[in-house]
Design a protein around this ligand. Structure first.
Ligand code: ADP
Ligand code: MG
Length: 239
């Protein structure tokens, strides 16, 4: 039997404005430990797709949008949206999802360590959990007492990765996570992000315009099919 997916989307659509771009996630399915890259040019709808998956953007139409929690419970995301159950969506997001944004989005008045702790504090988890190991793997252990302004762009991004994994999410979303880094740092950081998530058994979905980077890190590639006014994201449907 096929492994239970962490997340499964079929026919999940969002249109920007009356005649704006339609982003249609026709089929997307991730199992634990799997790394997938959504690849497409700037403006094609990759961030839209990730925001749908992070429950920050409400879909206009849904055939199926299911998230399976760590406890094995299957959550119908469309039903949560339809019933206005924002607390259920917030709770699911806090427990099951980690999100790395392009520029890290760290709070400037907290140290790197305190920033990385946020995902755990939100859940009331005691202690630092996996963070010491994550800091060591990400080679930032000696600098995490500093605030973001005293960190390099690459270090900030690695703090953001630690934060996104610190609460052991089931799904790690990363939106162009290495776009602000030089090519050497980008490849190293992209690969590390995928490896660390896999080590945790976490599924990873990364949006990138760079298929070479995604391939080098061992990601399965899901290309965005860009048509006038419409982008379709479709994973190969398993037999
Ligand atoms: P990508 O991440 O691939 O660069 P996005 O998902 O950010 O693409 O955006 C895709 C398209 O959706 C944009 O080109 C724009 O036309 C539209 N869009 C994105 N965000 C908004 C918004 N907040 N309001 C209106 N249109 C938007
Ligand atoms: Mg984007």
């Amino acid at each position: 039997m096929a492994e239970t997916p962490v997340v499964e989307l079929e026919g999940v659509e969002r249109r920007w404005g009356g005649d704006g771009l339609l982003v249609a996630v026709e089929h997307l399915r991730l199992v634990p430990g799997e790394a997938v890259a959504i690849v497409g040019p700037s403006g094609c709808g990759k961030s839209t797709c990730l925001d749908l998956l992070a429950f920050t953007l409400r879909p206009d139409r849904v055939r199926r949008f299911a998230v399976t929690g760590r406890d094995g419970q299957v959550h119908d995301i469309a039903a949560h949206w339809a019933a206005g159950r924002s607390n259920a969506l917030l709770g699911l997001r806090a427990r099951e999802i980690g999100y790395v944004l392009q520029t890290g989005a760290l709070l400037p008045y907290l140290s790197g360590f305190e920033n990385a702790m946020l995902s755990r504090r939100l859940l009331g988890l005691g202690g630092a959990g996996d963070l010491p190991g994550l800091f060591a793997s990400l080679e930032i252990a000696s600098v995490v007492h500093r605030r973001p302004a005293q960190l390099s762009v690459g270090e900030r991004q690695r703090v953001a990765i630690a934060r996104a994994l610190a609460h052991r999410p089931r799904l790690l979303l990363a939106d162009e996570p290495t776009a602000a880094l030089d090519p050497y740092q980008a490849e190293k950081t992209f690969t590390l992000l995928v490896e660390l998530a896999r080590d945790q058994g976490c599924a990873v979905l990364i949006a990138t315009h760079d298929p070479e980077l995604a391939r080098a890190a061992g990601c399965r590639i899901v290309p965005c099919a860009v048509e006038p006014g419409r982008t379709v994201i479709a994973d190969s449907v398993p037999a």
